[in-house]
Design a protein around this ligand. Structure first.
Ligand SMILES: Cc1cc2nc3c(=O)[nH]c(=O)nc-3n(C[C@H](O)[C@H](O)[C@H](O)COP(=O)(O)OP(=O)(O)OC[C@H]3O[C@@H](n4cnc5c(N)ncnc54)[C@H](O)[C@@H]3O)c2cc1C
Ligand code: SF4
Length: 331
């Protein structure tokens, strides 16, 4: 671990001023990802700006009838919040499918969006990795790539985004509220994370001098028919190989609106408008579910060890849609 200095801030204006003044600085919230990366020598901030005392720890209604989740609300407090459970149960389930109780008690909403890939080579500083060190090469492309992307990857990086929470946020069409010393802006969730392309070192569209202040949920909550299905190597305490957030608005046996987002398959939570269009206005039948699943993986590509994910994703989509209709919970 490198030497670093530490500053604790108590208001948002100071936080964004401090981060803008020092390009080596990083915010620290729950610390569950950043401290690990520092211990592994992957992240080497010259300064930590502790934001845990900022007043961003509330969950409150928005004027448009949605819900604002403060960036510093802990994952556990978000998942167990009465309003979140009643109105956005898909989000609650997705958060509770992640990490462990201890981690969820520490990890924050903002930090969950910013957590970095779990690609083994990214963590192993003895191996080349374009995300850790641009232009170094990618050890996973022809190496052990069982957990890697099947969609939207590039020849520079085939890493996946690891978060469960973000898959539900993509399906719910959340937006990310951001503050810098220049003012506020809002980033639609679909535009927050990015595909690797030629710059895999950049995970998202947040600028280094900006801070996430909240994640806003729109009024439409899909509390009637939803499912978060996470397939992983162990029953708990493991990242998703493939996960699916399915959210449906039903009109009798017909789907009026479908939202489908996948985790564990791409550099960002993967939403597929074409698959949703296949389902919109159609009966909730196995045939339509299979067609939607086939559309999602139409351009999927495996890299050897992860070829199995293409079939796994299709089965997971069909199963998640069935569970969303029946409202049974995944085993
Ligand atoms: C063993 C283990 C298992 C895990 N399993 C899962 C899992 O199954 N599913 C899952 O989804 N996650 C899992 N996680 C990841 C965990 O959810 C993340 O580590 C956590 O969400 C990060 O939140 P944090 O508050 O601790 O972030 P920190 O570690 O404090 O910060 C992470 C990054 O976010 C930045 N940051 C933090 N807050 C802000 C903000 N407000 N604005 C801008 N930047 C900010 C920091 O600068 C840093 O770069 C696991 C973690 C561990 C250690
Ligand atoms: S997949 Fe991405 S993160 Fe993993 S080694 Fe290749 S460049 Fe690095």
């Amino acid at each position: 671990m490198n030497n670093f200095s530490y500053t604790r801030v108590s208001d948002v204006a100071s936080a964004v001023r401090e981060i803008a003044a020092d390009t080596t600085a990083k915010f620290i919230a729950g610390g569950t990802n950043l401290v690990d990366l520092m211990k592994e020598n992957v992240a080497r901030p010259g300064r930590l700006i502790d934001i845990t005392r900022l007043p961003l720890n509330k969950i409150e209604a928005t004027e448009d009838g949605g819900l604002r989740l403060g960036a510093l609300v802990k994952n556990a407090d978000t998942a167990y919040d009465e309003t979140v459970r009643a109105r956005y149960p898909l989000l609650s389930k997705a958060i509770l499918a992640g990490a462990s109780a201890q981690l969820r008690n520490m990890a924050t909403n903002g930090g969950s969006l910013m957590q970095r890939t779990r690609c083994y080579c990214f963590y192993d500083t003895a191996t080349p990795c374009n995300k850790r060190e641009p232009a170094a090469g990618c050890s996973a492309l022809d190496g052990f790539n069982r957990i890697h992307a099947i969609l939207g990857a590039s020849d520079q990086c085939i890493a996946t985004h690891p978060s469960d929470m973000c898959v539900a946020l993509a399906a719910l069409e959340a937006s990310v509220q951001v503050q810098s010393s220049e003012g506020q802006r809002q980033i639609p969730f679909a535009k927050f994370h990015r595909l690797p392309g030629d710059t895999p070192q950049i995970d998202n569209t947040l600028q280094p001098y900006e801070m996430i202040t909240s994640i806003d949920l729109p009024p439409k909550s899909f509390a009637g028919n939803y499912c978060y299905l996470k397939l992983r190597d162990r029953a708990s305490y493991a990242f998703a190989l493939v996960s699916v957030a399915a959210a449906l608005d039903m009109d009798g046996d017909r789907i009026s609106t479908a939202r489908l987002a996948l985790g564990g398959v791409a550099h960002k939570p993967w939403r597929d408008g074409e698959a949703e269009e296949i389902l919109n206005g159609k009966p909730a039948s196995l045939k339509n579910f299979q067609q939607a699943a086939a559309a999602v993986v139409r351009n999927a590509k495996g890299y050897g060890e992860n070829d199995f994910k293409i079939e796994l994703a299709q089965h997971a989509i069909v199963r998640a849609l069935q569970l969303a209709v029946s409202m049974e919970q995944p085993a």
